[in-house]
Ligand binder design. Sequence first.
Ligand code: ME8
Length: 515
Amino acid sequence: MSNDNKSYYITTPIYYVNDVPHIGHAYTSLACDVMARFKRLDGYDVHFLTGTDEHGQKVETSAEKKGVDPKTFTDEVSQSFRDLLGVMNFSNDDFIRTTEERHHKSCQAIWERLIERGEIYLGSYAGWYAVRDEAFYTEKEVTKDEKGDMRGPMGVEVAWVEEPSYFFKLSAWGDRLLELYDSQPDFILPKSRRNEVISFVKGGLHDLSVSRTTFNWGVPVPGDDKHIMYVWLDALTNYITAVGFPDESKDSYQKFWPADLHMVGKDILRFHAVYWPAFLMAAELPLPKRVFAHGWWTNEGQKISKSVGNVIDPHKLIEDYGLDQTRYFLMREVPFGNDGDFAHEAMVTRMNSDLANALGNLCQRGLSMIAKNCEGKIPVPGELSDEDRTLQDSVDALLEDVRGELEVQGFSRALERIWQSVSAANVYVDDQAPWALRKTDLKRMETVLYVLTGVYRKLALILQPYMPDSTSSILELLAVDESARSFESWNYVMESGTELPKPAGVFPRYAGPEA
Ligand code: ME8
């Protein structure tokens, strides 16, 4: 059958190439990267997909504005999304572009399946269309603004469109969708968003226009190339293209479809939680297991937009604060699913308090004492005290606790839990005061330092998905071999006598102008 329980397929949305990548795109892909890295460390065979959505009226118009043909334009902007992967240290396994041959083939195949099953018919569309969202809106969803222009939900400009069009029989799938949400309560997360989708579907579904004739930049409809496929049917299909569709016998398709998780922003939940499962059910293909819709980032309280000129460039964040600091902040600051605000001050606080002070100092304190007082070798412990065991237990439980949180994409709750152990370890160091023991009880000092090395190792192991570079530095300082960094090695014990490299700080304090 398709998925054995040790495979994990996770996807980001494929991003429109009408714009350069910003913090919002980086955020969704980062959440997927953390998930993918965690699952790999936890023994899963992971397929992590991202890519670019290159067809549609919006992209065609952006290319025209720049005075270049759409192919040249998409090649250029798609590359900037590809560049971001390296900059953010994302570990994707594939990058799909909807302009690729493999994708055209897959789109045409799903179209043919829908035609064969009588799910698509030819008609004509007359209604409102928003190029910005590439979405159709009903009369009920549009309003007139003060200038007399028509606007869709959230103020998006809409235009009246009348053209011949193929329709997908979405109206027939309402009950089946409600059954799906009911029988798989975790199909849509978080819960609040699930409720929104359920009321939308309960409100009644209309058949969906799935082809356009007034422009050319898209996948031609098989057998009727005056039409190109609606960009959302084309775009959503990327998730099956990438694992080999239409070749359902292919290993990658067998192994990875259905996907475990489609990660999206709340703006595109309807497409993923209503249209996509309806297309798949109609085409008699298996459904993904979950769609998670996260919240929206603002910049210092303001909506991020090119016209306001406050787009946050991930390259700039990394330059100002550091890569892992940026990754940590984005995953920690906002409970995943909620909207979040980027504020310089909050970023500096996280960087200094959580990373430099709490975690950085914790590691530095023990490691520099080992360098100075134990000939730079992991000491031999004496008998463990209750305090030692209490700290060890808190840290041991991290793997199960974090696993449980990440199972429901609780990225920031998982970090809160990890920092409970970081704080407990700092309290332990303060209480045990190994620097005082140096003068009174050397064996006890060695025991405390030994316990700390084990704590550092587990903290670094569990934090790898969030901060791959910094945790790798900590693991180097602990002489943990690269082959012993997966969760399979969770219970290994630190070997006394192991020589450690000279300690070095891993988390710098913010050194910018407002430090
Ligand atoms: O919608 N805060 O592409 P898109 C958080 N091509 N996330 C944000 C964000 C913000 N301010 N801005 C963007 C499309 N995002 C389609 C998808 S999928 C088959 C096709 C993220 O380039 C968030 O994930 O407009 C959002 O859903 C996505 O970028 C929209 O990217």
